[in-house]
Design a protein around this ligand. Structure first.
Ligand code: 0RQ
Length: 504
């Protein structure tokens, strides 16, 4: 409602979504808000999609380049993709239709480390940004702007864009004000300084965005919920993975390698990651902290139960039920949640300093602990690398997890060689499947392979993998990371040709 737009200059720019969309022309580069289905603009992208469809019906081209924080919702990526209105996308996508268009070869997709988007934009490699289209939760009487349920790259888009369109969403809770920490201290080399954050709870910036009002060309009022997808209830495999991981943490505490309250946890996207958070509910570790990218349902439960003292992230990633529940109790949580720009939530300097325990999902891992987080059969993108690389390389312990089987057993997620590498073996310390956990720290490639075969691969693929490894040990060109070049990807090729990785 206009009540959320408390500054007269901004109120004077109030207009319909259709009018605002007419300010985004064909070929425009648009930096939009949105991170894992939270805080994305909901009205203007749909109005823009209608304009694109009308233009296409009249035989005129109309597509734009879309930059975001990460994934968004059906009203943004879904609507623009249906209108065939995206010709370039960065840095992360999980919308099924956009995924289809990327894999069909019609949309160009630049899949990036999420911490690097803002610095790379400042470095100028992405070219100019025409428009920032950003959802916010309020414009205050002094003209300062309160962020929404995600921060993402919004600070950078607002600073760099030639013009700004704001969607002021009154569905977003007013008590979000004060939860954000917008750090304005980043710079380009040679002027970079240490980022003064030493605890996940530290606030080093300000609660609102600074905006040049002269750049604001439109303000649109909305009142629509964020649309995050609900999580699948943890299945047996997810619960088994959580169990192995909790046992590992317990052992590390006992050995004196981790404090009893652990170190700041980072938990990735997806159903498995959420299941692990559920598992932490019944663990002895407390009070934990989280320095992570997204705050999922499981993390909210940990906060509510007091197991988690506080959480730092760049966005919420809540199921619709959890989002409503949070909105009902925002005052209870707001001092214990900090939302930051993604270049800070995922900053390698900070992940290394804090010693995060990084827990991310994967598509597949190989004998030596290389991990593929992004591509099916080496070529079809699933989502993107997201923040997994930001955290994995710099974590105190870098953990990757997946069920040992996919597609009803036609696929083994433990393979002779990954079909695409996102995380090299040096960045992967622990691999967990429902079968067990392989602690690869301090091991050579051959020692790693033994652990992975013994603990991670599903029994239906164990003999097949052992057989490959034994022959590789015997026949490989080198015996450091034994590999049979003509066979290393044969499991994938067999799946593509026959629908299963199973031999014989
Ligand atoms: O496909 O839905 O069609 O059946 O991939 O797999 O098992 O539901 O797993 O939801 O945990 O996602 C890696 C994709 C895992 C996610 C990935 C198929 C499987 C299913 C999903 P269907 P699951 P999850 C940053 C964290 C990269 C970004 C990241 C991801 C679908 O974790 O996107 O880490 N990670 N961000 O059937 C073929 C295989 C497969 C396979 C799974 N080997 N081959 N298909 N699938 N394995 C940091 C943060 O803090 C957020």
């Amino acid at each position: 409602s206009p009540a959320r737009i408390a500054h007269p200059d901004y109120r004077a720019k109030l207009m319909s979504a259709d009018d605002a969309a007419s300010l985004i022309g064909p070929g425009a580069v648009v930096g939009m808000s949105g991170f894992t289905g939270a805080g994305y603009p909901k009205a203007v992208p749909q109005a823009l999609a209608r304009r694109m469809e009308a233009a296409h019906a009249a035989g005129n081209p109309y597509a734009i380049k879309v930059w975001t924080g990460a994934s968004t919702g059906p009203e943004l990526d879904g609507a623009l993709a249906r209108a065939k209105g995206i010709d370039f996308r960065l840095p992360y996508n999980s919308d099924p239709l956009v995924r289809e268009q990327i894999n069909a070869g019609t949309v160009q997709y630049f899949d990036m480390h999420l911490s690097q988007v803002a610095p790379v934009a400042w470095q100028g490699f992405l070219g100019p940004l025409d428009v920032a289209l950003v959802e916010v939760s309020a414009i205050l009487p002094d003209g300062s702007v309160v962020p929404s349920s995600s921060v993402g790259n919004n600070k950078t888009w607002l600073d760099r864009a030639g013009k700004i369109i704001l969607e002021v969403n009154s569905w977003q809770h007013e008590a979000l004000h004060g939860m954000h920490d917008i750090y304005y201290g980043t710079a380009l080399p040679p002027h970079r300084r240490p980022i003064p954050l030493v605890h996940p709870n530290d606030r080093i910036g300000q609660p609102t965005f600074r905006i040049d009002p002269a750049k604001v060309v439109a303000v649109v009022a909305t009142d629509t919920p964020d649309r995050n997808a609900p999580f699948k209830a943890p299945d047996d495999a997810a619960r088994a993975i959580a169990g192995h991981l909790l046992q590992f943490f317990g052992h590390e505490v006992k050995m004196g390698r981790l404090p009893a309250s652990l170190l700041p946890i980072q938990s990735g996207v997806g159903n498995i990651a959420n299941a692990v958070l559920n598992g932490l509910m019944d663990s002895p570790f407390e009070p934990m902290t989280a320095y992570t990218e997204v705050l999922q349902d499981g993390m909210l439960d940990l906060l509510a139960a007091g197991k988690l003292a506080m959480a730092s992230a760049t966005a919420f990633s809540l199921s619709p039920d959890a989002a409503e529940a949070l909105n009902g109790e925002m005052h209870r949580y707001r001092d214990r949640i900090v939302l930051r720009p993604q270049e800070i939530s995922n900053h390698p300097e900070l992940v290394r300093r804090l010693g995060c325990l990084a827990m991310n999902g994967m598509i597949e891992a190989d004998l030596y602990g290389n991990v593929n987080s992004t591509h099916l059969m080496g070529s079809r993108i699933q989502n993107g690398i997201g923040g997994s690389g930001d955290f994995a390389r710099n974590a105190y312990i870098s953990i990757f997890m997946a069920p040992s089987l996919a597609k009803g057993g036609a696929i083994s997620t433990i393979v002779p060689q990954v079909s695409h590498v996102d995380h090299i073996d040096q960045d992967v310390q622990v691999i967990v499947t429902d079968q067990g956990l392989a602690d690869l720290r301090g091991l050579s490639p051959k020692q790693r392979a033994e652990q992975v075969i013994a603990n991670c691969v599903h029994p239906t693929y164990r003999d097949q993998l052992s057989d490959y490894y034994a022959r590789a040990l015997r026949d490989s060109y080198g015996k450091h990371s034994p590999s049979l070049l003509d066979e290393a990807l044969s499991w994938h090729q067999r799946f593509v040709q026959t629908g299963t990785m199973r031999a014989g």
